[in-house]
Design a protein around this ligand. Structure first.
Ligand SMILES: C=CC1=C(C)c2cc3[nH]c(cc4nc(cc5[nH]c(cc1n2)c(C)c5CCC(=O)O)C(CCC(=O)O)=C4C)c(C)c3C=C
Ligand SMILES: [Fe+2]
Ligand SMILES: [Fe+2]
Length: 339
């Protein structure tokens, strides 16, 4: 006996997360969830609970809510872009393994739509096969690792488990490198070539890297491949790390420090791209496009451009298809009895 509908395969595009609204209470709820994750903050739980509740949550949300308000577009950009990425990817996959249906869905590690809620809803609709694609091109325990954790925590509560596969990352995938190189070329056709091209990645604390997080090495690999594809000389580009949080040392060099040094030492024009972000977000639209721009210009720089994230670029969506389609086909292959 077969069920009425042929099985359906769901692809989940997962990004980090964002608050529901650009208000202090909503940012507080989001930061509480995000910063309580031991993958993100590796300080002993009890000590961190005191610091978080006494020092971080009473003050930071107010300031960060203002930054969110300055970039909000009816929704948080990262969530808006994620939903559009889903809409563009779904038709590319929908009929790829007919008669099995494929649907694509947005999910986030923190905030909404939360990964466990998305999994619950799709299970209730009868989905038994998942392909999970975290949109972190360079794996870090603090980004991609947290997606594995969220799934594991969810499975602990299930009796009837689904099938799933997860893509760890894609820091050197040829379509990813090509998408970044094309985006830079297109940008420079309009704005000309700068003296320096900066690849600014979201940072992680240095101790995380020392303990074996492969993230910084993967960032360096991505940047070097893009620089090679563009034929850049060694002194025409640099890799740096942004978005420091807290007092400990983070991986270096720091984006803001490099930009200030450049401004002071007579570098006139800079373009900045941030390959770790698959969608523009607070860390690019506010920190890179506004804050760091001001730092560079105040230090003496003349021209500063932020090159947008890959967002809805056609090659980017092609990349998401290339990453998910073989896994969708793999699950369809296990459903042979249906044909
Ligand atoms: C120790 C703290 C943090 C680690 C480690 C960290 C790693 C990390 N984060 C991203 C991607 C994003 N982070 C974003 C915002 C953000 N990140 C931290 C802290 C750490 N991130 C904070 C506190 C915040 C919130 C803003 C703030 O309070 O300053 C975002 C933007 C989300 C948005 O709503 O737009 C993204 C995306 C990666 C990829 C990563 C590890 C490599
Ligand atoms: Fe972050
Ligand atoms: Fe930031």
């Amino acid at each position: 006996m077969k069920p009425e509908l042929p099985p359906r395969i769901a692809v989940l595009l997962v990004n980090l997360g964002t608050p529901d609204e650009p208000t202090a209470p909503a940012v507080r709820r989001y930061l509480k969830q995000f910063l309580s994750d031991p993958r993100v903050i590796e300080i002993p739980k009890f000590l961190w609970a005191i610091i978080l509740n006494l020092f971080v949550l009473p003050s930071r949300p107010k300031r960060v809510a203002k930054a969110y308000a300055s970039i909000w577009e009816g929704d948080s950009p990262i969530r808006k872009i994620l939903k559009s990425q889903v809409e563009l990817l779904e038709p590319r996959l929908a009929n790829s393994v007919a008669p099995f249906r494929v649907s694509v869905h947005p999910a986030m590690s923190y905030g909404n739509p939360g990964l466990p809620d998305v999994m619950d809803a799709l299970r209730a609709e009868g989905v038994d096969h998942f392909v999970i694609l975290p949109l972190f091109p360079q794996y870090s325990a603090s980004s991609g690792g947290a997606v594995y954790d969220a799934l594991t925590k969810w499975t602990l509560k299930q009796r009837n488990l689904p099938n799933y596969t997860i893509v760890k990352d894609y820091f050197a995938h040829p379509l990813y490198i090509q998408a970044l190189a094309n985006s830079i070329r297109r940008f420079q056709e309009k704005h000309g070539k700068p003296e320096k091209l900066m690849f600014s990645f979201h940072g992680i604390p240095q101790p995380y890297a020392d303990k074996g997080d492969p993230y910084p090495k993967r960032c360096k690999c991505t940047a070097a491949q893009v620089a090679h594809a563009l034929g850049l000389k060694d002194d025409e580009w640099i890799i740096s790390f942004q978005s420091r949080f807290g007092k400990q040392e983070w991986v270096k060099p720091y984006t803001d420090v490099v930009l200030e040094d450049w401004g002071k030492s007579g570098v006139r024009s800079v373009q900045v791209i941030s390959p770790a972000f698959s969608a523009d977000c607070l860390e690019t639209l506010e920190e890179l496009a506004i804050e760091n721009r001001d730092n560079f210009l105040e230090a003496g720089g003349q021209e500063y451009h932020y090159i947008p994230a890959l967002n809805l670029d056609e090659t980017h969506i092609e990349l998401l298809e290339a990453l998910s389609l073989p896994l969708v086909k793999g699950w369809a292959g296990t459903l042979d009895g249906w044909v």
